[in-house]
Design a protein around this ligand. Structure first.
Ligand code: ADP
Ligand code: ASP
Ligand code: MG
Length: 413
């Protein structure tokens, strides 16, 4: 008997029939004698619908109220799944994030989990009850409803698995594992039977939405056994999905590059003609950080005649806010000739721990893009990844040609 946390994403609970399918899978595991905590997302499209409603009524909705609205999607699916399981004769009980007491900080719309009270869940599990928890949500110390950022149900699942010291956390979605790249963009993408934790962390942080980055961080910190699987195949099938591994030895025979990630959610801001002197980066990015805006890539040109250009990327949802912050600070903390924004960019990255021991990955990437006439606007590298910012209109082409150039469609030798 094992304690298993299963998380089902939006498509997996997207209709009454799909919820019934989830219930069948849960019943199958329950019959095998496992203790189960089930985390569900809102029905596919529901969170978007709720956020759009709020935006229709206000261009800039209050974040606390936005979370009050957004969290309702998951409340519907926990109740529906509990009803379905009970209809099948099983004991089930639903919990919102607040009812469990998934305590978070108060950073509305992107809150972080601080603590989980597992006592009530444990009591239910001991009594043979299937516990169903709303993903994506928590509660702050004052009892306000918070949400964990888009895709946050993955993080709810892994955090619950960590708190309960579960034997495994299974992330059920609409693909049967982690692929070399998004199979929607490259049909030849290949499922990886294993991927190292470090590679998964990079892929998630670089935009592979199959797992939310914080869920991977949690898995690493608490060594949660994490697997990505499909919810759409036969509930009784035992397809292996993709296991996130922590052992380096597993990777010895792996390809140099494991995957290609991309991100359309970024925007670039360039502050042109700033004085080339110590403290300028802080003068520009300090106020951005103070406004709780995350900065991703940063590039500073080599200065000429005492001036330089400074560019960085932020999430597109924070683009307008970042431009407003800079407009406000310009002339106060820094001087600039011009501030230019571009929100039609994307970032494409190749990831692989094999890069540590192989050279020439970056140059191969540059040549492949150059052969297609794709201009790189920004470049950044780390030990196991190379990322470039390009015009959004070349995204699919770039991912496809890189997938082929790095032979990701072929099994590693
Ligand atoms: P869920 O609603 O179950 O959380 P998501 O849409 O968040 O599902 O994540 C699954 C989707 O992630 C897939 O349908 C796929 O298009 C996309 N995806 C992006 N990169 C990858 C990848 N490397 N491997 C598998 N899926 C990926
Ligand atoms: N329903 C939330 C979203 O759409 C959380 C999730 O699906 O993980 O972002
Ligand atoms: Mg998701």
């Amino acid at each position: 008997m094992a304690l298993i946390v299963q998380k089902y994403g939006g498509t997996s609970v997207g209709s009454a029939e799909r919820i019934r399918n989830v219930a069948r899978r849960v019943a199958h595991f329950h019959k095998q004698g496992h203790q189960l905590v089930i985390v569900v997302s809102a029905m596919a499209g529901e969170t978007n619908r709720l956020l759009a409603l709020a935006k229709e009524l206000s261009p800039n909705p209050d974040p606390r109220e936005l979370d009050v609205v957004a969290a309702t999607g998951e409340q519907v699916t926990i109740g529906l799944l509990a009803i379905t399981l009970m209809e099948m004769g099983l004991k089930a009980k639903s919990y919102t994030g607040g009812q469990v007491r998934i305590l978070t900080d108060d950073a509305y719309t992107k809150a972080r989990i601080l603590e989980i009270d597992e006592a009530a869940m444990r009591r239910d599990l001991e009594a043979g009850t299937i516990v169903i928890v709303a993903g994506f949500q928590g509660v702050d110390a004052d009892g306000n409803i918070t949400t964990l950022g888009r895709g946050g149900s993955d993080t709810s699942g892994v955090a619950l698995a960590a708190a309960l010291k579960a034997d495994e956390c299974q992330i059920y979605t609409d693909v049967d594992g982690v692929y070399t790249t998004d199979p929607r963009i490259v049909p030849e993408a290949r499922r990886l039977s294993t991927v190292t934790f470090e590679e998964m962390l990079e892929m998630a942080s670089l935009g592979s939405k199959v797992l939310q980055i914080r869920s991977v961080e949690f898995a690493g910190k608490y060594k949660v056994k994490l697997r990505v699987l499909s919810s759409l195949d036969d509930p009784e099938s035992s397809a292996p999905g993709t296991l996130i591994t922590f052992e380096e030895e597993d990777t010895m025979e792996q390809a140099i590059i494991s995957g290609i990630a991309f991100n359309r959610d970024e925007a670039k801001i360039s502050v042109m003609g700033v004085p080339d002197k110590p403290g300028i980066a802080y003068a520009i990015l300090g106020p951005i950080a103070a406004a709780n805006i995350d900065v991703d890539m940063i590039v500073q040109n080599i200065g000429a005649s005492g001036h330089t250009d400074f560019s960085f990327t932020v999430n597109r949802t924070e683009y307008a806010k970042a431009l407003a912050v800079l407009a406000d600070e310009r002339g106060k903390t820094f001087a600039a000739r011009e501030i230019i924004g571009d929100n039609r960019i994307c970032k494409v990255s190749v990831v692989g721990i094999g890069m540590r021991s192989h050279v020439g990955i970056a140059s191969k990437l540059f040549k492949t893009l150059a052969d297609e006439g794709i201009n790189m606007q920004m470049i950044s590298t780390s030990e196991i990844k190379v990322s470039v910012v390009i015009d959004e209109k070349y995204l699919e082409l770039a991912v496809r040609v890189l997938h082929r150039a790095f032979e990701l469609d072929k099994e590693p030798a």
